[in-house]
Design a protein around this ligand. Structure first.
Ligand code: AMP
Length: 588
């Protein structure tokens, strides 16, 4: 299909205000694509060139893109910059400048979607000496022959800021509608996606082989699996009741989740984060240990990477563990504060997928292949048959400086990409505060007044993720507790993702000074969850929604969580019910 047509659909997507409309537009767009184009079309719509775990980043620097626009249109760099400043969006500036181009168009060529995609791929993967000039030239050639509207999206895509606001679930629903005319096939598609974490691959298999192609998805080495997530319950009694009287109880380590893929034959190791980004270079000691300490030819194991002192048995706080992500000098850090991997699951072993095997069998095998000395250790666990046992184990975990426990149903499969009661977490509770922190998505921000005017930052509008509706709902404004440094940082990063109007997947009754693309997650502590007529979290019809009382930020932006990893509406409602119960217990 022609890129011109893709661009016109992107324009339609930008203009809609509801997710359902989005699904319909996407379905139509997908209908137009040829089978062999599907993969590229899906990636492009996601604003990426390949799945995140392959690490092909687009994101050209603004200056280079400006230079390309100048070359393509005959305007000076200063003129390009002026238009950019005026509009605040380089895509729109390019659209305008291409429409007023000073150069004669050499051909009336129309681009195929694949040509645009392939050029973008080439730009992203060109490196080394002279690569900047080469990138500018490639992009300029594309822009010189494109229409104004095409230029808008080519420029945004090249900057890595396409921002169509389409989430994974929206794409899956559109794909489902494409083949069945309905949304009900979504679950099977989701299943395939959970196994391979690659929407382009799923879409391609669907286009080429139909529903059959989707049923054949298998776990593959070096293709990360979307992680299983835990539900939460507040008491040992409730956990055991849900688990029918017996379950495994593991220590909950507060580090970074790591999925380790290892193949001895090729000596290849890859480590993926919870968001399935490639973490291998960040964890050299774990990569090395994976080759030396796992007793298997090939395996995929999952665990929590955390700074741990073997001698004293101390666990370092999360913030120290993730310094690794921010600081340079990974080598020195790995000497100074070596990480350990506490392995808690096994997804693949010597050519065989383990997702469908029961937990107890996966754990048994895990115990066989991990020698439990050195860098990779087994997550500690017991089998509990009474609330008392569970409670005691929980208290011991807290005493050791751990976060709490994760209870696991002995006969459950590994449920990739979903939050289910086969894993239940229970965390330490702080008196007078919510028993747990919540992870919120930043939806907008406010300008500062008074002393804060200097920073042009007055606070955040935050929301939770409604999984069922695949939208973000507001839950709180946060205006206090920011350090000066934080205010500067928030202002800087949020300015880059400002959008002109409320994104289609955001449901809100309030208007912040600026909306932003739902992208960043922050961890927030609060005193209480209250019912709220203002916020849309959990709001049904005329009934009130839910809000946080006295919210405050803990730490900075959680780079390990994507917006869909934020606390969900359902979790907030469950936490609200738990809180009510706790209050009743206190009063009685
Ligand atoms: P939370 O991030 O609070 O939703 O808790 C879930 C996270 O706990 C997982 O994503 C893991 O990173 C982490 N975790 C730590 N220990 C375990 C364990 N034994 N089993 C499962 N998850 C664990």
């Amino acid at each position: 299909m022609l890129f011109e047509e893709v661009a016109s659909y992107y324009q339609k997507l930008e203009a809609v205000s509801s997710r359902l409309e989005m699904i319909d537009i996407l379905t139509e767009l997908f209908k137009k694509a040829k089978k062999e184009e599907m993969k590229k079309l899906v990636y492009m719509t996601q604003g990426i060139l390949s799945p995140p775990f392959e690490g092909v980043e687009i994101g050209m620097a603004e200056k280079l893109v400006e230079a390309s626009i100048a070359t393509a249109t005959g305007f000076s760099k200063e003129e390009v910059e002026k238009e950019f400043k005026k509009r605040g969006d380089l895509g729109e500036a390019a659209e305008y400048l291409v429409s007023k181009t000073k150069l004669k168009r050499l051909s009336s060529k129309k681009f195929e979607l694949s040509e645009v995609f392939d050029t973008m791929y080439k730009i992203a993967t060109t490196s080394g000496e002279g690569s900047q000039e080469a990138k500018i030239k490639m992009l300029a050639e594309l822009l010189a022959a494109s229409s104004p509207l095409e230029a808008r999206y080519i420029v945004r895509f090249s900057l890595g800021t396409l921002r169509l606001g389409v989430g994974d679930a929206t794409i899956l629903e559109a794909l489902s509608k494409l083949v069945t005319g309905e949304r009900k096939f979504k679950e099977q598609l989701e299943n395939a996606y959970n196994i391979c974490s690659d929407l382009g691959k799923v879409a391609e298999a669907l286009a080429k082989e139909g529903i059959k192609g989707i049923e054949n998805f298998k776990v593959e080495l070096f293709s990360p699996i979307r992680p299983a997530l835990a539900e939460r319950l507040p008491t040992a009694e409730e956990i055991l009741e849900r688990m029918h009287g017996k379950c495994a109880v593991e220590s909950k380590y507060d580090g970074l989740r790591a999925q380790v893929h290892v193949d001895k034959k090729s000596k290849r190791v890859e480590i993926f984060s919870r968001r399935l980004e490639r973490l291998t270079p960040m964890f050299p000691e774990i990569a090395k240990a994976a080759l030396e300490e796992i007793d298997a030819e090939s395996a995929i194991i999952e665990g929590e990477a955390i700074a741990y002192n073997e001698v004293t048995g101390e666990f370092h706080p999360f913030q120290e563990t993730i310094q690794r992500k921010r600081k340079h000098g990974v080598e020195e850090m790995s000497q100074e504060l070596p990480l350990h991997l506490f392995a808690f699951d096994l997804m693949y072993l010597d050519g065989e997928g383990y997702l469908d095997k029961p937990y107890h069998e996966r754990r048994e095998k895990l115990e066989k292949i991990i020698k439990n000395k050195g860098t990779i250790l087994l997550a500690d666990r017991i089998i509990a048959t009474s609330p008392k046992e569970l409670e005691k184990y929980f208290e011991e975990a807290i005493e050791k400086g751990l976060e709490g426990i994760v209870a696991k149903e002995l006969n459950s499969k590994y449920i990739a990409g979903a939050r289910k009661f086969s894993w239940i977490k229970m965390k330490r509770s702080y008196k007078g505060e919510l028993s747990d922190t919540v992870d919120l998505v930043i939806l907008g921000y406010y300008l500062g007044k008074g002393v804060r005017a200097e920073f042009k930052f007055g606070g955040l509008l935050c929301g939770v993720y409604n999984e069922k509706k695949d939208v973000f709902e507001t839950i709180t404004k946060i205006g206090t507790g920011f350090s000066e440094e934080q205010m500067k940082e928030f202002k800087e990063v949020l300015d880059k993702i400002k959008v002109k109007s409320k994104p289609a997947r955001v449901v809100s009754n309030i208007e912040p000074d600026f909306w932003v693309e739902p992208k960043y997650v922050v961890t927030v502590k609060a005193d209480e969850i209250t019912r709220s007529p203002t916020h849309t979290c959990g709001k049904e019809g005329d009934e009130s929604g839910y809000a946080l009382r006295f919210p405050r930020i803990v730490g900075g932006i959680r780079s390990d969580k994507s917006p869909e990893d934020a606390t969900t509406t359902k979790e907030i409602i469950e936490m609200f019910k738990m809180q009510k119960k706790e209050k009743l217990q206190e009063e009685s």
